[in-house]
Write a protein that binds this ligand. Structure first.
Ligand code: SF4
Length: 431
């Protein structure tokens, strides 16, 4: 299939976004028993807490209804055991970042959260930390209180991140998500800042079925009231959640993003059009874990069920990656389920897809992965994209233009490996 035809095919499929592989079966040929982290010395860490107090209908993450104290404690014990086993068998010297995500980490009972954060403090003391090292923890306004915030601050975590998603009680109720009053969120925001936590990030989502401009405007209003230092815009993904996407296409998504982008700019946030993260500071609006993973293409190790790891050799996923149950099944220990030894064209595609979340990618990282000049390696792709003004290349960075952002999933698809493209075309044709 010609490049242009393939581009159009991907452009008309809203499931073509920054996910890669688009279907996990496409990676099955790369399954390996080799330890992809064997020679890694510097990396970022991610710890997954899969518990939530309620399960939102749109959620694409591995999450379960939060169990009792015994279940939470047992999970944290196993999480620490997995982490310890990794550090004792690898040659890690330096950490770039540390994110605690989920799920909702603050759904843990306070003593269990405290025990876990004590462990992470020990880890931080054992390794060299990059000068930009900035740990971050996810939370929800419905599971946080003064004591938990104090606990987080005492463990020197300078960034907290949460999703309001939409400031609209009716839509949140439809999505099985517990609405919070603006008064409560305002009070908690003050407690967070008074505790000395410097950065609060709030996620907003667009692309919900039947999401109106009034709803978008109300979400922006909540941002103006709460004044978080950083804001992240998430496009609704329909790949897994089964929601009806009939009214959604790339033009709807583009227009809603533009609406939110303009509102954020008017409220004093900085960021490029096409970027998902915005900040009041001169930063990229992300934790050091995400910056290091996303833009610099550095290795990361994920602990906990479903967590992903990546190195210069390949990618791995822990157990329960696709488990959509309400309650967490029992298991003896947390282990890796799939590990893939990837050829350079897959590593490069994965890097570009991850990085396009920030609306751009770094050619020097691609050169390191491919061991050659990426502009030559992807000669036809770059020619097509620049001729159509979907991307601009300057100072070693390839950045989506406004029109390129409208079709960013198709831009990413041009960098998929030949094998992945072939599998995708077969899947679309129903072969
Ligand atoms: S709170 Fe977050 S992680 Fe939990 S179900 Fe909702 S969207 Fe998913």
């Amino acid at each position: 299939m010609k490049l242009e035809q393939f581009f159009q095919m991907a452009a008309s499929d809203i499931n073509c976004n920054t996910s890669y592989p688009i279907n996990k079966k496409f990676f099955s040929i790369y399954c390996t028993n080799i330890d992809i982290m064997e020679n890694t010395e510097a990396l970022s860490l991610y710890y997954h807490i899969p518990f939530c107090k309620h399960l939102c209908r749109f959620c694409e993450y591995t999450r379960f209804l939060c169990g009792d104290t015994a279940q939470q404690s047992d999970y944290i014990t196993k999480l620490i055991a997995q982490s310890e086993a990794f550090f004792s068998s690898h040659k890690i010297k330096k950490l770039y970042g540390l994110d605690i995500g989920g799920g909702t980490p603050t759904s843990l009972d306070l003593p269990i959260l405290n025990r876990f954060l004590d462990y992470l403090s020990e880890i931080r003391q054992k390794y060299l930390l990059s000068e930009f090292f900035e740990p971050s923890i996810e939370f929800s306004f419905s599971t946080i209180d003064d004591e938990k915030i104090r606990c987080i601050a005492e463990h020197k975590i300078p960034r907290m991140s949460t999703g309001i998603q939409v400031y609209d009680d009716k839509l949140l109720n439809e999505m099985h998500r517990l609405p919070q009053t603006l008064e409560h969120m305002e009070r908690m925001t003050k407690v967070i800042h008074n505790a000395g936590i410097k950065k609060l990030n709030i996620d907003l989502m667009y692309g919900f079925p039947n999401q109106t401009d009034i709803m978008l405007s109300n979400s922006l209003y909540s941002i103006r009231v709460l004044e978080p230092e950083q804001v992240t815009l998430y496009e609704m993904r329909y790949n897994k959640n089964g929601l009806d996407s009939a009214s959604i296409d790339r033009n709807v998504l583009f227009r809603q993003y533009e609406y939110l982008f303009n509102g954020l700019m008017a409220s004093g946030y900085k960021g490029r059009f096409g970027q998902n993260t915005f900040s009041k500071f001169e930063d990229e609006g992300v934790s050091s874990y995400l910056y290091s993973r996303m833009f610099l293409g550095r290795p990361y190790k994920g602990f906990g069920v479903s967590a992903q790891s990546m190195s210069d050799k390949g990618i791995a996923y822990n157990m329960l990656k696709s488990d959509n149950s309400q309650y967490m099944p029992g298991f003896d220990e947390i282990s890796e389920e799939y590990s893939y030894l990837l050829p350079k064209e897959e590593l490069a595609a994965k890097y570009i897809c991850i990085s396009l979340y920030s609306g751009r990618f770094n050619l020097s990282v691609l050169e390191r992965i491919l061991s050659c000049d990426p502009l030559s390696y992807y000669h036809n792709e770059f020619r097509f994209l620049t001729e159509h003004q979907y991307v601009e290349i300057s100072n070693g960075i390839c950045t989506l233009t406004k029109e390129g952002f409208r079709l960013y999933g198709a831009v990413a698809a041009l960098f998929w490996s030949a094998y992945h493209r072939e599998q995708y075309i077969k899947m679309k044709k129903g072969e």
